[in-house]
Design a protein around this ligand. Sequence first.
Ligand code: GAL
Length: 384
Amino acid sequence: MRLTKRVTAIAAASMMAVSLAGCSGGSNETTAAATTAATEATTTAAATEAATTAAATEAAKEAATTAAAATGSVDVSDKKVGISIYKFDDNFMTLYRTELVRYLTEDLGFKAENVVVQDGKGDQAEQTNQIQNFITQKYDVLILNLVQASSASEVTDMCKDAGIPVVYINREPDASEEERWASEGIAATYVGCDARQSGTFQGEEILETETKGDINGDGKVSYIMIQGDPENVDAQYRTEFSVKALTDAGVEVEELLLQRGDWDQAKAQQIAQDALNQHGDKIEVIFCNNDAMALGALQAIEAAGRTVNEDIYLVGVDALTEAVQNVIDGKQTGTVFNDHFAQAQTAGDIAVKLLSGEAVDPVNMVDYTKVTQENAQAILDQLK
Ligand code: GAL
């Protein structure tokens, strides 16, 4: 069993609850505590001699329930978790879902056959059907990476009407929707990262280079921006905040191109190739909203005979193993670790809390980590 690689304070706090609730050792502890409480209740009932055996049994049951509730514990062995990922064909979400299933089954004690993962195939209508099926089949909790975050209110209402708690991951619903969960007491929550932080880190990585991004010394940083799916807040914020870090530092910028690459390596390769053909040496920085696209951009950079960190800079987000290795090898200027371990574990922990009937915060954020040549090897070691 792999141990938690890195958890934030929130995940660590949740894990303490889970160690009482979910792991095999933990559930023994919980059972033992509940039994003691039940025994005490029985003894007390007997001591009064007024209670009948039936009443004592009832009191024991109640005490057991109270003890379980007090530890926030729940027996998950028969609980069914329905997971839907926006599409399986996504490098980062593949790492995420692998960790999520591993954590739920190996660490939290869910039975493998009770953890079902569906492929949303990038189609919201199809994913909504999958969610409807989970509801019809009376799943106990859902963990959803929506195709369109804007569908959250409709999906939340479906789950609320069925009394099924839902944990949204990776694609953040609107703030107004999150506020609604809190104000109406709906058992829904979001686990993710604040994408503004990842954008800022990307900009800082450029500022930390020898030329601060201005390789040709013309007084401005000329860049192209390869965006993820622009409906996605991660793409919007990374695009905005990477450049903002430069302008906030008083650096002049020139955007030569902004184009959507939908998180996809092949699309990004094509975009970078066309841009390099069109703008040539004018391009000093290629910002990619994720590493899959940075890998595609690198293929185009190398094919164009350009050299990263010498005559062009390249940054991404996620810390895919290959990209981190490229940072070590000087073929990518930097990346940002999008901590799928901590996110998956937090999502699992919160699912258990919701199953226990505990109230949870509507938004649960995990930190990003900047990855440059200085710490890339340490990050790579964490990933393996
Ligand atoms: C982002 C990640 C991308 C992609 C996207 C899917 O957080 O950086 O690589 O997986 O989520 O929504």
